[in-house]
Design a protein around this ligand. Sequence first.
Ligand code: DX5
Ligand code: ZN
Length: 213
Amino acid sequence: MIKLTPSLLAADLMHLGREIEKMMENGIDQLHFDVMDAHFVPNLSFGPAFCQAIHKHFPTLKIDVHLMMDNPEAYLDVFAKSGASSITVHREVLSDPAAMIEAIRARGVTCGFSIKPETDVNTLLPWLDQLDHILIMTVEPGFGGQAFMPEEVEKIKALRSAGFRGDIAVDGGVGLQNLELLIGAGANWLVMGTAYFCAEDPKLVAMKVKEYA
Ligand code: DX5
Ligand code: ZN
C-alpha cells in the first residue's frame, strides 16, 4: 500500500492547525514528525509536547515519530504517551536492536529502523523479520529541502531481495519526480516535506501519489 506522509518540518508552523486540516481533507491520514537532538544531527526540531498538542487536536491522525537522537530509549515512553503511532529509531545508535524493537512494541507502537546514507544496509538484515518498517534516508538527516541521493535506491532493492515484506519508507528529497524510481525499487511509504507542504498545489501532489496506488 502506497502511503504519503508529509513531513511537519516543511509545514507553515504559524498555521499548523490549518495545514493539518487541509492535509486531511486531501485524504492523508499520517504526519511525519522529526525529532532532532542537535547531536546525532546538527539541528533541533520538535519535542513531545508539540506531538501531544497535535494528537489532542487530531486524534485520528497517525503520527510517525522519527527519532534522530543518540539516546532514543529515553524518549520512547513520552512519545508513545504523546500520540505516536509509529516510532523510527536509527540503527547507528543501537547497541541492542532486539531490545529496542521489544521496547517500542511494548508501548503499543509500531517499530522501524532507519539508516543514514553512509550506513550499510546489511546492518538491518538480522532484524527484517521483526521490523514493521524500515526508513531509508535519501539525504543526510538534519534538514529539509536537500537534494535526493539516487544511489540510496539500491538499499531498497536489497531489502526487498532479502525478503523484507514490511513497509519501506524513504525520507529526504522525495517528490513526484522520483516516485516512479522509488516505488519501482520497492518503497511504498513516501515521506515528503518540501515536495508536499511547499508545493503550489499540495492536493494535486496527493492525487498524483494516489495514481500509483
Ligand atoms: C530530514 C528529515 C526529513 C525532512 C525531509 O532529516 O528526516 O523528514 O523533513 O524534508 P524534504 O522532503 O524537504 O527533503
Ligand atoms: Zn524524517
